[in-house]
Design a protein around this ligand. Structure first.
Ligand SMILES: Cc1ncc(COP(=O)(O)O)c(C=O)c1O
Length: 348
């Protein structure tokens, strides 16, 4: 049985959250001299002399409409990296609790675990990068509070089969964090439609990928109201700045453009999937449901240097167990991809 109250750190349950000036006064007024802001003006212009809405109400309302969830099921973070860190701080007592990850996968789960002094358990994905469900469940200890599943997975690009995710949700009594940073490029739908079915599910998404807003730092966690209210309780009060809130609200009105941009990226990805295997240096292109490709090549280190010498930077993943000989290549523009292909063609 999943019992959230038994998983949450006792100090988190006990503590009172920071109460901001804007929390303590509700209503309308004309003079705000309650938050030690600069009432004379802002050198950044606009209303940036004022603290942003700590609850991001307008933004959450609009995201809720678009995503088909309730605003109370949404947490907004300074990138999804902030949500990852807060999940550790909410659930894992340092030096005592453990988390389970499925490498090769996104590096921040491990970094956050180390930062929070949380013991790391790793179960390697299968050779075709799927989750060995039985093995994962065997590894679960009473102290295992968190399980990270990345789907589509970074750096491998593939989706984790829904039946496997479901089996883990049903049989693991800690919190399952399903990182869907790349879901907009995928052929399967998001799991956010199934939040009400799984009280132990946290779905992470981000504005950094499909929405093209990595520089603004806006990540999302979708979960039960109970989990979201705990994340809200422990977050820094003004974690989403005003400029980000405003620009994200504007971006959310551009769903059509989002669709075109995603289509273009997927189309370019498929062109690379066709073209790369025809090159001598390329041994294998792994199937991808993301905006990047994992590509096994004849000599990853030398090809990496060869591309750098031509001003092209890819990610060398060849030292990661499971990704031997592989480069991770983000899908670029048509022009960039042509230059990449030409540069690989010239590799000897
Ligand atoms: C799987 C995955 N999750 C999360 C992130 C981080 O996203 P954000 O920019 O929202 O912190 C990345 C970034 O590369 C990622 O690959």
């Amino acid at each position: 049985m999943f019992k959230l109250q038994e998983l949450v750190r006792p100090n988190v349950l006990k503590m009172k959250p920071y109460s901001s000036a804007r929390d303590e006064f509700k209503g309308s007024a004309s003079i705000f001299i309650d938050a030690n802001e600069n009432n004379v003006g802002s050198l950044a212009g606009g209303t940036y002399n004022r603290y942003p809405d700590p609850h991001q109400k307008k933004l959450k309302k609009r995201i809720a409409e678009i995503k088909g969830v309730r605003p109370s099921q949404i947490f907004l973070g300074n990138g999804s990296d902030e949500a990852i860190d807060l999940l550790f701080r909410m659930l894992c007592t340092p030096g005592q609790d453990t988390m389970l990850q499925l490498p090769p996968t996104y590096g921040m789960y491990e970094v956050s675990a180390n930062l929070n002094d949380v013991q790391l358990q790793s179960v390697q994905l299968t050779p075709d990068f799927q989750v060995p469900v039985e093995e994962v469940l065997r590894q679960v200890k009473p102290t295992t509070k968190l399980l990270f599943i990345c789907s589509p997975n970074n750096p491998t690009g593939n989706l984790i089969e829904p039946e496997r995710v479901e089996a883990l949700l049903r049989n693991f009594n800690g919190v399952v964090v399903l990182d869907e940073a790349y879901i907009d490029f995928a052929s399967e739908p998001s799991w956010i439609t199934r939040l009400d079915e799984f009280p132990n599910l946290v779905v992470l998404q981000t504005f950094s990928k499909a929405w093209g807003m990595a520089g603004l730092r806006l990540g999302l966690a979708f979960a039960s109201e109970e989990i979201i209210s705990l994340l809200d309780k422990i977050k820094p009060p003004y974690n989403i700045n005003e400029a980000t809130q405003e620009l994200a609200l504007q971006a959310l009105e551009k769903e059509e453009e989002l669709k075109y941009m995603v289509e273009e990226i997927i189309q370019e990805r498929e062109l690379l999937v066709q073209a790369l295997p025809t090159l001598e240096a390329v041994l294998k292109v792994y199937p991808s449901d993301a905006n990047f490709l994992l590509v096994q090549v004849t000599d990853a280190n030398r090809l990496y240097d060869h591309l750098i010498a031509r001003g092209i930077v890819v990610r060398n993943r060849s030292s990661l167990p499971g990704c031997e000989g592989c480069l991770r290549i983000s899908v670029g523009t048509l022009e960039e991809n042509q230059q990449l292909l030409q540069a690989i063609r010239e590799f000897r």
